[in-house]
Design a protein around this ligand. Structure first.
Ligand SMILES: Cc1cc2nc3c(=O)[nH]c(=O)nc-3n(C[C@H](O)[C@H](O)[C@H](O)COP(=O)(O)OP(=O)(O)OC[C@H]3O[C@@H](n4cnc5c(N)ncnc54)[C@H](O)[C@@H]3O)c2cc1C
Ligand code: FES
Ligand code: FES
Length: 492
């Protein structure tokens, strides 16, 4: 099976590459095929940020740019887009981009291995702030660099560079030219889409038809899980079906009682929609991986992957989310809707038929009586996966729990609903005694495993503690937590 010719914009010109295998990563293409070795390979699994590049596409007539990890991005997912690497951002006369110059001036580099990745995350941040005309705060810088690790310099000079770069002479990206090139690229006719090894349909009917015809093809979205299977488990997929260009699945739709998030909406945009409705989820959203992973990974990918320690599912279960699965059967589009927790049948197993795709995640909107919170316990604050995650959504009316919805991660083979705990809370007075009983129920409801992230006993203990924390917070106790610390440089 062949692949389409891969075409993207770089340095204002169209790059054309033939015969790129379906699971070849963008980093491999850059370093091995194009011999552009400025972009580094560190971990090759999305963790260190050394391979960060910026990808641009046209969204509603504007150029939208995002920093992503090239090591776990399939090269073909770049088709029709624009790319900037660390080798592409200095001016033609060699004048450094402010993101580079600020790193020099602030002494943000020592061995330099991480530096191209930091520079590209800074470039992504620069693009956003140069547009908005707003200064870069310490928190903005920390947020933008949450997916980059440095072993030698220390972060202070790099954060200083982030806050310095807007004040340096600008080296602007020619957005009008990039947009016009992207348009030009979109108009170049494509070959016949018969049995391509990398298929990237742009409409839902086309996706469903492709899935019906190729049920064995590996579905990919942001590839932040699948990329690791390719790089670390050496899995090879002869045929790949990419859902990220399907226009319908890239939308967030707002209805009276719920928000419908298309399966291909990135985690960045999906969490933005959820946080707009429930601002208290903001801190949790920023603890999901780091920014480049959230910029590439999708909510649908997290849900479909169904990892027992995946972060969005406990929250979505507690909020009462449903999923919509779609297929094309006998020429007709079928769909079925089920509660999220009913999607899973076992460790990374779900009810999806070979011809089905996950299309929508429907999340009920916040109601006045609700008190929803989600707690993530992980070894690192950012860019780390949960050992335990507890999400609670209680409706408390006149001191009584009238509705209890509890989602848990890290305690079973799948993300789960804590039904016994819900029963122990529902209809009860919202008192310390009720909470103590529910804590015991919650601790007894699951038998978590011990692994490198946490022991079984720790998981069990901390689960009850998190419910107690929810209770204490509901009583007005201001918790001292990591989010309450003021960042260096932010106080004055
Ligand atoms: C450094 C790093 C940090 C991470 N941190 C976290 C974290 O903090 N919390 C967390 O939960 N996860 C984390 N992850 C895991 C990953 O980012 C998420 O699971 C992400 O949401 C996966 O989405 P994706 O679009 O990249 O999925 P992909 O990798 O493209 O796909 C994942 C699976 O979903 C299937 N799939 C995708 N879309 C569909 C669809 N529409 N229909 C049917 N099947 C589909 C694919 O076939 C595949 O089996 C991290 C990953 C990395 C690399
Ligand atoms: S090489 Fe480490 S994130 Fe890509
Ligand atoms: S400068 Fe050496 S790893 Fe960052």
């Amino acid at each position: 099976m062949t692949t389409q010719v891969l075409r993207f914009i770089r340095r204002g010109e169209i790059v054309t590459l033939a015969d790129v295998p379906p699971t070849r990563t963008l980093l491999e293409v850059l370093r091995e095929d194009l011999h552009c070795t400025g972009t580094k390979e560190g971990c090759n699994e999305g963790d260190c940020g050394a391979c960060t590049v910026v990808v641009g596409e046209e969204v509603n007539g504007q150029l939208q740019t995002k920093a992503v990890n090239s090591c776990i991005k399939m090269a073909h997912s770049l088709d029709g887009k624009a790319l900037w690497t660390v080798e592409d951002i200095a001016a033609d006369d060699g004048c450094l981009h402010p993101a580079q110059e600020a790193m020099v001036q602030c002494h943000g580099s020592q061995c330099g291995f991480c530096t191209p990745g930091f520079v590209m995350s800074l470039f992504g941040l620069y693009q956003q702030h140069a547009h908005a005309g707003q200064p870069i705060t310490r928190a903005d810088a920390q947020h933008a660099l949450s997916g980059n690790l440095c072993r030698c310099t220390g972060y202070r000079p790099i954060l200083d560079a982030a806050q310095t770069m807007l004040g340096l002479p600008a080296v602007p990206v020619d957005e009008a030219k990039t947009l016009s090139k992207l348009k030009q690229l979109a108009q170049i006719p494509r070959g016949l889409e018969a049995d391509l090894a990398y298929k990237s349909p742009t409409t839902l009917p086309a996706l469903l038809a492709a899935r019906a015809k190729h049920p064995q093809a590996q579905i990919v979205a942001g590839c932040t899980d699948v990329g690791l299977w390719v790089n670390k488990m050496h899995m090879d997929f002869p045929q790949v079906l990419d859902v990220t260009q399907v226009a319908e699945l890239r939308r967030v739709e707002h209805y009276r009682h719920h928000i419908a998030v298309g399966a291909a909406v990135t985690l960045t945009d999906a969490f933005a929609a959820l946080v707009a409705d429930r601002p208290q989820l903001g801190a949790f959203a920023s603890r999901f991986a780091g920014l480049p992973v959230r910029n590439a990974g999708t909510l649908g990918g997290n849900v479909a992957n169904g990892s027992p320690i995946g972060d969005s599912m406990p929250l979505l279960i507690a909020l009462g989310a449903n999923v919509v699965l779609m297929a094309l059967r006998k020429g007709k589009v079928t769909h079925r809707e089920l509660r999220l927790e009913d999607l899973y049948t076992g460790y990374r197993k779900n009810v999806m038929a070979p011809d089905e795709v996950l299309a929508w995640i429907k999340v009920p909107k916040a109601v006045p009586a609700e008190r929803s919170r989600v707690y993530k316990i992980s070894k690192r604050f950012e860019d780390d996966i949960s050992a335990v995650c507890l999400a609670l959504n209680l409706h408390i009316v006149d001191g009584q729990v009238v509705h209890a919805s509890v989602g848990v991660g890290g305690v079973a083979a799948t993300p789960v609903r804590a039904r016994k705990t819900e029963a122990a809370l529902t209809g009860e007075a919202w008192t310390a005694d009720t909470v103590m009983t529910a804590m015991a129920t919650l601790r007894g409801e699951f038998s978590p495993i011990s692994d490198m992230r946490a022991s079984s006993a720790y998981r069990t203990e901390v689960l009850g503690n998190l419910l107690q924390r929810y209770w204490l917070e509901s009583q007005g106790l201001a918790a001292v937590n990591l989010e309450s610390f003021v960042l260096e440089g932010e106080a004055a």
